[in-house]
Design a protein around this ligand. Sequence first.
Ligand code: PMP
Length: 427
Amino acid sequence: MKTDKSKQLFQKAKHVIPGGVNSPVRAFRNVDGEPFFVNRAKGCRIEDVDGNELIDYVGTWGPAILGHAPECVTEAVTKAAAAGVSFGIPNPYEVEMAELIVDWVPSVEKVRMVNSGTEATMSAIRLARGFTGRDKVVKFVGCYHGHVDSLLVAAGSGALTHGKPDSAGVPAGFAAETITLPYNNLEMLREVFEKWGDEIAAVIVESYPANAGLIFPVEGFLRGLRELTSEYGSVFIFDEVMTGFRVAKGGVQELEGLIPDLTAMGKVIGGGLPVGAFGGKAEIMDYLAPDGPVYQAGTLSGNPLAMAAGLAQLREMERVDGYARLEQLGARLEQGVRALLAEKGLDYRFNRVGSMFCLFFTGEEIVDLDSVMTADKAAFRSFFTSMLEQGVYMAPSPYETGFISVAHGELEIDRTLEAMAASLANV
Ligand code: PMP
């Protein structure tokens, strides 16, 4: 793969941007590589500055569920922009977006828009603390909820790949209010509640943890979380930033028949623009300013371009029955991958829900971060590099989830499987 122009840009970038990137995982450190720079992206394909064309399974880390730059979204943004790019005054799109979220997401009665997933979880945590008058928060090892101070403890995603689960700059006092537990271990959560139950403001969990590979809850785990939080009067926060509007219209809570107290949202909901949202029970949401005592605000929150982009994307997903299509494509990929693994005698795990998937380079059953960490990193690196050489871009880390979009077709899935056949032969 030709990379001269990307290399030059990266050299320049490193002089003026820390690490040359605006988000750490983009630096390709985990695959001992350097990033490529994108010229344009359309559908399921990316064209880099050196003219390489890649089939993309990162989808701007989740938002691009219809593929890159779908016409419905670019048109909606253009139309909205012509009427003004930001008002800081309520606009009709915000009401439409809130109505759609309340309609689609089972647990949400009221919702507030923010500008990123990080803001969504940060605000949900503050709200839970304000609502309960308690300080402690429980999170699970390997779950990533954005770079919120008190949640950057035993986190996943970039925090994991860089081997520093606890960031410098997070006051020890903040981290002390965060209790971290292994995922899928209800017994330990029960013990924690028995000890500190009346101090725990919230339990936050990734609906399906997707920042340390893709982990599924064992039978009864999510129900147990719901029951324990209810019993002790703690707020149950479901982080659906990744899974919301991705695995189903109503996210994992729809699939699992679960009603959390608060839900954090982002990614798909913004159609590729900077958007997040948090919502839930009206009784809790009404604790927010201006009605309630919990302050939360944003100059650009509910921005008309972002609302228009998100609305266009979600309506189009509904119109084309995108979720059914993604299940078809996901099933085709899964079947192909399983056949390849069997053919090559590789004892690797493959997890998938709809259009989200992860190939683990380990035969261990995937239940928590410890099992994820048994993956053969060298094998992943070789696989990633070989895939890229063959024109397929997977996330540059063994701890990230892949995303299929509606713009992928059978042709691309089959080409991807061919590339996998060659790449797995080398590991
Ligand atoms: N929660 C989850 C589950 C996420 O996957 C992410 C981002 N990958 C976030 C929160 C943070 O979102 P953002 O990067 O938009 O701040």
